[in-house]
Write a new protein. Structure first.
Length: 189
């Protein structure tokens, strides 16, 4: 199993250049030798002030060391100056992966994310349901890879991520009737 850190944030206005600069600076000064599996920065489609970062780690210790090292810099204050509210940070444990390694393929230009909460005690069943959905997504041209993850702090909270080569492929995957919200993002870094 791998550990992922999902960080979502919204800027006060269109601050794309500052977000890119801060992200790049943060990645250049991350502590080594951490086993950072993957990292990426995304901007929400049609909502230019909403962003997310996704960082994958080989183990929990590396993830915590990374978070502590970032906390010891002035990056949190810099982000606070451009954000509407403090960033939302969630530690996720990957329970299922499909389509190979996530976020390493050169044509993974779009990311879809769903966030669902099961009734108490039913988090595992929800994760299994999403795994079945992902087995169907693999048949859609443009689907690249997917992850099913649970919040380490609340196992009923299930996140799913799918990477896509084209926005049209993601849109084709959506059911005609919206059962739950799935958000689309495009890759910045």
């Amino acid at each position: 199993m791998s550990l992922w850190i999902l960080t979502r944030f919204e800027t006060k206005e269109d601050r794309l250049v500052e977000v890119l600069d801060l992200y790049t600076e943060t990645m250049l000064h991350r502590p080594w030798p951490l086993k950072l599996v993957r990292d990426s920065l995304w901007q929400r489609e049609r909502f230019p002030k909403q962003f997310l970062t996704l960082h994958g780690f080989a183990n929990e210790n590396d993830a915590k060391t990374y978070q502590q090292s970032i906390g010891a810099t002035n990056y949190p204050e810099q982000f606070a100056q451009i954000c509407v509210t403090p960033p939302n940070i969630v530690y996720l444990e990957c329970t299922h992966a499909v389509g190979g390694h996530m976020l390493v393929k050169p044509d993974e230009d779009f990311l879809s994310i769903s966030h669902r909460i099961a009734e108490p005690g039913y988090g595992e069943q929800l994760a299994e349901e999403i795994e079945m959905i992902f087995s169907e997504l693999t048949m859609i041209a443009g689907f690249r890879a997917g992850l099913v993850c649970v919040n380490q702090a609340l196992e009923e909270e299930v996140y799913s991520f799918a990477s896509w080569s084209k926005l049209e492929a993601f849109l084709a995957s959506l059911p005609e009737i919206e059962v739950y919200k799935v958000l689309a993002y495009h890759r910045l870094k």
